[in-house]
Design a protein around this ligand. Structure first.
Ligand SMILES: *Cc1c(COP(=O)(O)O)cnc(C)c1O
Length: 376
């Protein structure tokens, strides 16, 4: 039986091997592994793609979030409003700076930060709102920006899963003061290692982040401020540069696969396909359905037995993570995020997935739903 992984990085490399190998060979040829023309060229190309004045290449998505917060002057005691239904890297950087994540529950239909609950969480210490465009669908940025303007808060976008996504015709990174992108290998645009970028229209902020990522350098051995070692390296930049021209086609393929899944699953009892926010054009980094909590884990196991690489993104909300116990949150504080964590299930999705593979996943899910009883 053919296995269908959650993501298939080998299929993509096989399809674009020549361009990627040539990019790697170019860097090996000149051995300029740090900085240089590949990094500059990719930064320019990615800024043009996202529609922002600047893109600054950094070492990871986590570094991108960290450097935005640091450059904005987020300090110990500051509060940043964000979602509990995300990967932990959304909040690690602000905790590293001594700031405090303040969680606001999600909209259960879109899994993104619910703007209607944000104002109740604002205090005199609130400095910023950090929505995450989860699964590749943008948060309700118009509503979030309205609130931020009224309360004089910065909006930082965690766009690690949303390369190319739009809301009301504008891309991630064009809404907030800055957006953080991850090029972790499995992301919609993935490097062959760790990499990330900050997109912004603010030249001063971009310059400050460029300085901070490179040890606060004013010149080779003169350091204007204490910075970090968080650069994007030339090999990753060259690989990303070779892959970027295909991102739109890959995102279109993801949308086609998502549409095929949703059409096939719409009338399947016990399955809720993902909802699209009006005005949003998601890029389906993850295709996430909901099933009954009582049998979710057995459905997942039965899919794995059939060779289907389903997953859960994410099984434990941040406010219930052992590492964040010090925040003092309790079970029940964010009911929509907690319900999501118990019921969500991610199906395989990657641009090279064939129609036949989508049909096989749907057939396996049908079979499993019939076999796994609703009783625990
Ligand atoms: C992947 C991811 C990050 C972190 O990116 P890295 O490149 O792995 O550091 C942050 N936030 C979200 C929502 C992510 O999915």
């Amino acid at each position: 039986m053919e296995e269908i992984p959650l993501v298939d990085l080998k299929a993509q490399y096989a399809a674009h091997r020549q361009a990627i190998d040539a990019a790697i060979a170019r860097v090996l040829g000149h051995t300029g592994f740090i900085g240089g023309p590949e990094v500059r060229a990719f930064e320019e190309a990615f800024a043009a793609y996202q529609g922002t004045r600047r893109a600054v290449g950094v070492a990871s998505g986590t570094a991108a979030i960290f450097l935005i917060l640091r450059a904005l002057g987020i300090r110990p005691g500051d509060e940043v409003i964000t979602t509990p239904h995300t990967f932990i890297a959304t909040v690690e950087p602000l905790i590293a700076l001594g700031a405090w994540p303040v969680f606001v529950d999600i909209d259960p239909a879109t899994y993104n930060l619910d703007p209607d609950q944000i104002e109740a969480a604002i205090t005199p210490r609130t400095r910023a709102i950090m929505p995450v465009h989860l699964y590749g669908q943008m948060a309700r940025m118009d509503a979030i920006l309205d609130i931020a303007r009224r309360h004089n808060l910065a909006v930082i976008e965690d766009a690690a899963q949303a390369h190319g996504a739009t809301y009301r015709g504008k891309r991630a990174g064009q809404w907030g003061v800055a957006a953080a992108f991850s090029f972790y290998p499995g992301k919609n645009l993935g490097a062959y290692g760790d990499a990330g970028a900050v997109c912004t229209d603010d030249d001063a902020l971009a310059d400050e982040i460029a300085r901070l990522r490179d040890h606060g350098r004013a010149s080779k051995y003169e350091h204007a401020v204490i910075g970090y070692g968080e650069r994007l390296d030339a090999l990753q930049a060259a690989i990303l540069g070779a892959k970027l021209p295909y991102l739109d086609a890959w995102n279109a393929a993801r949308r086609r696969i998502a549409a095929a899944y949703t059409a096939a699953l719409r009338d399947l009892p016990g399955v809720i396909p993902p909802a699209t926010l009006p005005g949003a054009e998601p890029v389906y980094h993850i295709y996430c359905i909901r099933v009954e909590a009582a049998r979710r884990d057995r459905i997942l196991a039965a899919l794995h037995e059939r060779g289907i690489g389903a997953g859960i993104h994410y099984p434990l909300p941040l406010h219930l993570q052992p590492a964040l116990e010090f925040l003092g949150a309790r079970r029940g504080d964010f009911p929509h995020a907690e319900a999501a964590a118990r019921t969500i299930l991610s199906l395989p999705i990657y641009p090279e997935m064939t129609e036949a593979q989508v049909e096989r996943v749907v057939a396996a899910l049908r079979e499993v739903l019939a076999a796994v009883s609703t009783r625990a």
